[in-house]
Design a protein around this ligand. Structure first.
Ligand code: HEC
Ligand code: HEC
Length: 401
């Protein structure tokens, strides 16, 4: 073939290829190039980030996600008393948890449980986890790690068949539709959400900025909210600053540090490192009988996972009561008393709960105070007050905030 012939066939191939691309991908404009989002570079934090290949972080996507995360009209409803979004429960000032004193959506009071935790008025069967530092977790979301890229379970009796199977139970993206339809969360309908968001003049231009066309789809809503959620990173607590030589610990906090990171209180095996968690699952000796419901066993079917839950990161733990997957402890004092003398021995305890045979690590009153003083250095006031993560002012105020 002559030289020009090669160019013609190459051009033809490229043409066919680009037609194919535009056929398969008619939502996103391939010519549209959004601005890559720069995450802060943090000394000592892992570089291996959990970002799906098909949803890289972009300035425009993160911004849109921040709006949607905070917009009560994500519920698909417009009545001011019915609005609900992610931020109804994942509240910035409360460490992206609900806290116990939630002032809105007082409905029927579930027996034995303070109603304030359930903004919709219907009891969620689960206790809160914060949407903080999720970008570092590769081991699965939720208390039992069920939401993981390896998950093959499609659909669920609670929520019906997922609209976007690729997102189901695999990633942060999948929390969006689940939160919208779950009766104990937003209790909405996906079609209504897409319709309502499309009709708010603010949004189509933001979708265009993020994806090159103004169409509002559930996929784009999910991706944008997931992008924003991945940028919520806690690294400016007193403790984190101290590890970088940017702050001082008081003598009591320093004594608490020595307890936490030694065999004396023995917290570091499961809550150590810069992230204050290993992201692993442990049975931490709270009970003697287990029913395998909702725990790690319910995901893996492995007998050693009976009664095991993910050790949560302790970032902001000062303000994220109640504690444990079932909220059984109301204060850090109760948590520390439990590890000190409340451990219950059983067949399934994780080997790292070394003091279980003796009922606990047995700290004296002074040591308990020091340990709690240290736990409080994990509170990241800069994140809790950072305007970059707050509700955008132009969204106005809703009852559902
Ligand atoms: C009614 C309150 C409520 C609303 C609204 C809500 N969540 Fe949650 N969220 C929870 C609770 C409770 C948990 C812990 C659930 C569990 O373990 O089963 C949770 C857990 C999560 C987690 C897992 C965190 C982890 O470390 O594993 C993510 C991610 C999340 N929510 C994202 C969202 C997003 C995104 C939205 C909005 C689309 C949202 N949530 C709306 C209550 C809520
Ligand atoms: C063997 C691993 C292990 C050790 C050691 C351990 N923990 Fe935990 N921790 C866990 C697990 C697992 C959970 C969650 C259990 C659950 O939800 O039922 C947890 C939960 C917590 C919580 C509640 C967090 C929340 O958001 O609800 C706090 C606070 C805590 N641990 C502090 C400590 C302290 C302080 C020590 C040392 C005295 C310690 N832990 C030792 C595994 C461990």
């Amino acid at each position: 073939m002559k030289r020009s012939g090669i160019w013609i066939s190459l051009a033809a191939t490229l043409f066919v290829f680009s037609v194919m691309v535009s056929c398969f991908d008619n939502d996103d404009d391939p010519r549209h190039v959004p601005t890559p989002y720069d995450l802060p570079e943090i000394e000592g934090f892992p570089g291996n980030l959990n970002i799906p290949e098909d949803n890289p972080l972009t300035e425009e996507g993160v911004k849109l996600g921040r709006y949607l995360f905070h917009d009560g009209r994500l519920s698909g409803r417009l009545h001011p008393d019915s609005l609900m979004s992610c931020a109804t429960c994942h509240i910035q000032e409360k460490g992206f948890e609900a806290g116990i004193d939630h002032p809105k959506f007082k409905g029927e009071q579930p027996v034995g449980i303070p109603n304030e935790q359930y903004p919709h008025g219907k009891p969620t069967p689960h206790f809160m986890l914060p949407t903080v530092n999720l970008i570092y977790n590769h081991n699965g979301y939720l208390w039992n790690g069920r939401v993981h890229e390896s998950n093959e379970q499609l659909g669920s009796t609670d929520y019906g068949v997922p609209p976007l199977p690729e997102f189901h139970g695999k990633s942060i993206e999948s929390f969006v539709w689940m939160a919208i339809v779950a009766p104990h969360e937003i209790n909405g309908s996906l079609d209504k959400t897409v319709e309502t968001i499309s009709n708010i003049p603010l949004y189509p231009p933001m979708f265009e900025a993020a994806w090159g066309s103004p169409e509002v789809t559930l996929e784009r809503i999910s991706k944008a909210i997931a992008q924003y959620t991945r940028t919520i990173i806690s690294y400016r607590s007193k403790y984190h600053k101290w590890t970088r030589g940017e702050a001082e610990l008081s003598p009591a906090e320093k004594r608490g540090y020595d307890l936490f990171f030694s065999e004396t209180a023995d917290c570091f095996h499961c809550h150590g490192g810069t992230l204050l968690t290993t992201h692993q699952f442990y049975n931490n000796a709270k009970d003697s009988v287990f029913d395998g419901m909702g725990d790690r066993y319910s995901v893996t079917g492995k007998v050693w996972d009976m009664g095991a839950f993910r050790a949560p990161s302790l970032v902001n733990c000062e303000i994220t009561a109640p504690y444990m997957h079932d909220g059984r402890f109301k204060t850090l004092e109760e948590v520390v008393d439990f590890y000190s003398e409340g451990l219950i021995d059983s067949d399934y305890i994780h080997p790292l709960m070394k003091a279980a045979g003796q009922g606990g690590v047995h700290l004296n009153a002074e040591q308990k105070k020091d340990l709690i003083a240290f736990l409080k250095t994990f509170t990241d006031y800069e994140l809790l007050n950072d305007p970059a993560f707050s509700k955008p002012a132009d969204l106005g105020t809703f009852t559902g905030d």
